[in-house]
Structure formats: C-alpha cells, structure tokens
Design a protein around this ligand. Structure first.
Ligand code: PEP
Ligand code: MN
Length: 362
C-alpha cells in the first residue's frame, strides 16, 4: 500500500469539520440513552456519533453490549439528528448487520486489529461497499500489524479509510490506561500522510480529567480528528465509566482546544518539535514511575535485611552492579561519568529507604 490522496477524500466529501469529531457513549445501553446523547450532540462540533453494540471485554462477566437491537436505535438517532453513525465490528456477521442497518462508519477495535484472520474476514465482508472504515491500533505496539490491518481493507477496495490511535497495553501501571507511544502514530503519519489519523484520548487516558491534555497533544501533532466517549450520565455508564465526559464537558473541551491551522514551513518545525517534546515528556514520566517502583523494592530489601539482621550496606554487590551498568550504559551511548553520577544518586536514595524501614520499629 502506498500513500494515496484518495484515502482522505471522504473527509472533504462529507464536509466534515477540522478536527473531525466523533463522540458518543462507549456502549449503546438503551434506546432512550442513545437518543438523549445523540440529541445533545446534534448541534455541536460532532459529525459522527459512536456507540459500541458488541463490546469486546477483556474478561467475561462484564457488559458485552446490547447486540443487533442497538443498530435500530442508531438508525433512529441518525434519522432524528442527521449525525453519521459509527459502530465497532469484529466479524463478518457484525459487518452484515451494520450494512443492513445503514451504519455509515465501521471501526475495527484494538483487540481485533491484532488478528489478521478477523481483519481479513471483515475486509472480505466489506468488499464492494463504500463505507468509511477506521482501524484502531492493535493492543500491542506493532506498527506493521496496524498497517497490515489497513492494507487488508485497502486491498479489498475500501478507499474511505482512517486510523484511530488509542494507545497500547503495558503490564506497567502508568498514568495512562493505554500508553500513547506517540512515536508509533507519528511514524504512521509520516509514511501515509493522507491516511486520516484520529486520536482516542478516552481509551489512552482511561480518565476524563486527562482528555483535554491528550486531545491538545494530538492536535499539536496535526491529527485529523478526535474520538471522545460521551455520555449524559458518565458515572453510571455500563462500560468505561471513568473516562466518559458529558456533552457539556465535551463542548468545553472544544472551546479550550487550540486548533492548529494548515501546516506551512514554520509549522513543520513546530509540529516536529511538538512530537519530540511529547516523547521526552513520556520518557521522563516513565523514568519517575520506574524509580518509584525501584525504591519500593529497596523497601522490601530493607524489611528482609531487618528480619535477618543484615547490614544495609553491601559494598561488594554494589561495585558489581556499577561495573555492569557502566558496560551496558556505554553500549547505549551513555558516558561512564553519567552512569556513575546517576547510579550513585539512586544508591543513596535506596540506602535512605532501607534505613527508614530498618529503623522503623512498628
Ligand atoms: C471502544 O472504542 O469502546 C473500544 C472497545 O475501544 P478499543 O478497541 O480501543 O479498546
Ligand atoms: Mn470504551
């Protein structure tokens, strides 16, 4: 697949706003809920209404979606509001039902993009249609797999394409629900500048208080649109309650957002610099996260030494660690002086932690 300007033509054809705004609940719950939210989003920046009908839950037992009945509610919402309707599809049966109910936009979820069999089945079921299809990034940070998903649709003749960046799973606990790894989306954008790139701050953050910040970062990086989960009663949503915002909060987010103009030469510098700074911020946050975890292990070591009445300072072990770090640091282009300074500081902090545990007699 080569970059192709036809990929973004649908944005102009539908005269969709810049940035493109997709909003609506994580899940369709009842007909009343769908109609209420859609009506509140009608006269706003929103062009496309989203609602999950089939919900891929990580573990069984959660709300797995209302199923096909929800498609009727979306048809009704479309008739009453004129908004385009979007649902997630994960197999050929979903595609068939969505087509029968005149759904405008189909998105492929992160747990489906990881599976080429499933994506191919969806692409085959869509052959010959002219639906807009958006491919979420796979849950794992694999750019090839993400591009592969788009290619399967492109090869099936789907031209109205886009990608949704919703962040990536990690075992590490971070301030994000799914870490953004912005550089992956930026690389995709550089390889396919005409493939519309949409950010999903809801699933990246998992937290409604961070949506503004991540939305702004996406616009600074020249994303084409945002998909934001919106619910009239977020706290009582049947799925993803913590990350949904009210329609009023969504409006406020768009009032606050600084929307970038078309890129020119000067903007190219700003755009690239914004990308690099976001990466630096992300790595710094991770360094802090890891240092915090490392010190917790020091506390546990302190507790064990206390239990066994062992001295805090174990010089031999420490020299061995340093030697290893100097060698590994050199391979990464880090000077010996830097490694010595940084690990000395870490070691000192570690001793402070261990002594605190040992001297605490509780
Ligand atoms: C969703 O959009 O509600 C969803 C399930 O997202 P993801 O596939 O990104 O987890
Ligand atoms: Mn969701």
């Amino acid at each position: 697949m080569e970059n192709n300007s036809s990929m973004r033509k649908w944005l102009d054809d539908f005269k969709l706003s810049h940035p493109l705004v997709i909003a609506g609940p994580c899940s369709a719950e009842t007909e009343e809920q769908v109609m209420k939210i859609a009506k509140e989003l009608k006269d706003s920046d929103v062009s496309i209404f989203r609602a999950g009908i089939w919900k891929p839950r990580t573990r069984p037992g959660g709300f797995e979606g209302v199923g096909a009945i929800g498609l009727k509610w979306l048809q009704k919402a479309k008739a009453e509001t004129g908004l385009l309707m979007a649902v997630e599809v994960a197999n050929a049966a979903h595609v068939k039902l969505a087509l029968e109910h005149d759904i405008d936009v189909l998105w492929i979820g992160a747990r489906t993009t990881v599976n080429p069999f499933a994506v191919q089945e969806i692409a085959d079921a869509l052959q010959g249609t002219d639906k807009i299809v958006l491919v979420k990034n796979p849950v794992n940070p694999d750019l090839g797999l993400w591009i592969g998903g788009v290619e399967r649709l492109y090869n099936a003749g789907i031209e109205k394409l886009g990608v949704i960046h919703r962040g990536f799973s990690t075992y590490e606990k971070t301030k994000y629900r799914n870490i953004p790894e912005w550089q992956i989306a930026i690389e995709l954008q550089q390889r396919f500048p005409d493939l519309p790139l949409i950010c999903d701050p809801s699933h990246i953050t998992g937290n409604r208080n961070m949506i503004q910040e991540v939305s702004q970062q996406a616009l600074d990086l020249n994303y084409d649109g945002l998909i934001i989960e919106t619910h009239t009663d977020p706290d009582n949503a049947w799925s993803d309650a913590a990350q949904q915002v009210t329609p009023d909060a969504l409006k406020q987010i768009f009032i606050n957002l600084k929307v970038r103009k078309e890129t020119d030469q000067g903007d190219d510098y700003n755009h690239r610099m914004a990308g690099l700074r976001i990466n630096i911020d992300e790595y710094d946050a991770r360094i802090l996260e890891i240092l915090g975890k490392r010190m917790k292990v020091s506390d546990q070591i302190g507790a064990l030494k206390k239990e066994r009445n062992v001295a805090v300072l174990q010089n031999k072990r420490w020299s061995e660690i340093l030697e290893k770090m100097i060698a590994e640091g050199a391979a990464k282009g880090l000077s010996e002086d830097f490694i010595l300074r940084i690990f000395k500081a870490i070691h000192q902090e570690s001793i402070v932690h261990q002594e605190r545990v040992i001297n605490n007699n509780n």
